[in-house]
Design a protein around this ligand. Structure first.
Ligand SMILES: Cc1cc2nc3c(=O)[nH]c(=O)nc-3n(C[C@H](O)[C@H](O)[C@H](O)COP(=O)(O)OP(=O)(O)OC[C@H]3O[C@@H](n4cnc5c(N)ncnc54)[C@H](O)[C@@H]3O)c2cc1C
Length: 434
């Protein structure tokens, strides 16, 4: 252990932050700028730039590629288990090192009460207006600029024709807000770690800058095991740092270990004061787990162009987020054309989730369909429809020491979610198909 690391163990920090993803690195940088002493704890380390596909499946190679090392087990309603490698980053920047950098605001209506098919979800205790200044600060930090001159660089001739068609059909396509410094060489590092530093991930944007301040320090390869607390506050953090058990003290502890691991750590930290898990008097910790439904649309330009050029993440269609009293979702361009390479990656990922992990077999299975699909799709461009799921207390994370990751999660895709996905598709087609 270095001298600096040893000193970090004896110091009482103003703030200790668990996780250096978008949440942890951003809040840590903001607090460090306010002159507070900040210690970051991160399970992974710095990850080399480049293509870091979520395909490797040994813990060491996964950490090296910036992915969470262990598979997570999903329990379906019939009680069967399926192990999956979730697309969760682990290392400096967390999941944001791999992310696609589309940084959209949630609409103001998301802060209001919501009547779903099952329940009335109460409104947030704060309003969109309260949140607005923080959105503005985060957008500034992550390089989102609505009067962005680079937007026209992103818009191919094809995109422009598509926007014109959408507008004449009554839609209001808008600029997709992307945390990227576009210049002529930017190829958009989607699912990759950007080697030019132009993608605004939380490592480049916040962590690196925080660590240049002399009031910040980071312990990498530090796995936080438990938060020791009385009824009022966290007293100690127990962790394993480079194979050694350590204890750390901070006046404030920020838990930003991601949507699966933050609740898991709280549940693991149960004690006599908190028998159901830390901060879990309500029995809500780990419940209402939400993903978003995800569908892929292929869209052709209204008239053929010789070349559609490099597709960029450019267009956002928000017309159907709330539509006829129903919450549907966003549609946004993915920055992909329908070439055989991209289609093969998509097919392989789907197959991996269904349990096939043999790389050669995956390549063989994906090869012919990807060429056929690419031929069929021609010069289509790929859009993603993101459909909002609703909270459901049975979609939940539960501890299970027998599992490689120490927990399982359950998640049911409801008929309502399927129906809203179909409605979004049908409604969009009604406009765009004209
Ligand atoms: C391929 C991909 C594309 C995406 N594209 C987009 C997009 O375009 N737009 C968008 O808004 N979102 C996108 N996302 C999602 C987005 O990246 C995440 O929602 C966001 O980064 C989550 O931030 P977080 O800080 O909550 O958690 P994370 O980024 O998951 O960070 C948690 C960190 O905590 C660390 N950690 C966890 N447990 C411990 C522990 N016990 N001890 C120490 N450290 C721990 C982890 O190693 C990790 O580094 C994408 C994600 C992926 C994987």
């Amino acid at each position: 252990m270095t001298n600096a690391a040893e000193r970090s163990l004896s110091q009482v920090w103003d703030v200790i932050i668990v996780g250096t993803g978008m949440g942890g690195a951003t809040v840590g940088y903001a607090l460090a700028q306010k002159k507070l002493s900040v210690l970051f704890l991160e399970k992974g380390g710095i990850v080399a730039t480049g293509q870091n596909e979520n395909t490797v499946n040994t813990p060491a190679s996964r950490i090296q590629n910036g992915w969470w090392p262990q598979p997570f087990s999903q329990t379906n309603p019939e009680g069967r288990h399926k192990q999956i490698y979730a697309a969760i980053g682990c290392g400096f920047g967390g999941s944001s090192m791999h992310y696609a950098a589309a940084l959209e605001r949630m609409p103001a209506t998301d802060f209001d009460a919501l009547q779903t098919t099952h329940q009335l979800v109460p409104c947030w205790p704060i309003s969109y207006k309260d949140f607005s200044p923080y959105y503005e600060a985060a957008e500034k930090l992550y390089g989102i600029n609505n009067a962005d001159d680079s937007y026209h660089l992103r818009l191919s001739e094809w995109d422009q024709a598509l926007i014109t068609t959408m507008r004449s059909a009554g839609l209001k396509p808008e600029q997709l807000n992307i945390g990227m410094k576009y210049d002529k060489e930017c190829t958009e590092c989607i699912s990759k770690i950007c080697h030019r530093g132009c993608k605004a991930d939380s490592h480049t944007t916040c962590l690196k800058k925080a660590l240049q301040l002399n009031n910040c320090f980071l312990l990498d390869f530090c796995d936080v095991e438990k938060l020791e607390a009385d009824q009022h506050e966290v007293k100690l953090i127990h962790a394993t740092y480079q194979g050694q058990s350590i204890k750390l003290r901070g006046n404030i502890v920020v838990l930003s270990a991601g949507a699966l691991h933050s609740p898991q750590l709280l549940l693991k930290s149960a004690n006599a004061y908190w028998p159901n898990g830390l901060a879990n008097a309500s029995n809500q910790v780990g419940r209402n787990l939400m993903f978003h439904g995800y569908e892929i649309y292929a869209i052709w330009a209204p008239k053929r162009f010789n070349k559609i050029g490099l597709q960029k993440k450019s267009i956002s269609i928000r017309d159907f987020y709330l539509y006829a009293g129903c919450r549907l979702g966003y549609i946004q361009s993915m920055g992909l054309s329908a070439g055989p390479g991209d289609i093969a990656i998509f097919i392989k990922n789907r197959l991996r989730y269904s349990g096939i992990h043999h790389e050669l077999l995956l390549s063989i299975i994906a090869k012919i369909p990807s060429y056929l699909i690419a031929r069929f799709l021609g010069e289509a461009s790929i859009f993603a429809a993101l459909i909002e799921d609703d909270p459901n207390p049975d979609n939940q994370i539960k501890l299970n020491v027998k599992e490689p990751n120490g927990a399982t999660f359950s998640y049911t895709i409801t008929d309502d979610l399927r129906e809203r996905a179909n409605t979004l598709y049908r409604t969009f087609i009604k406009y765009i198909g004209k």
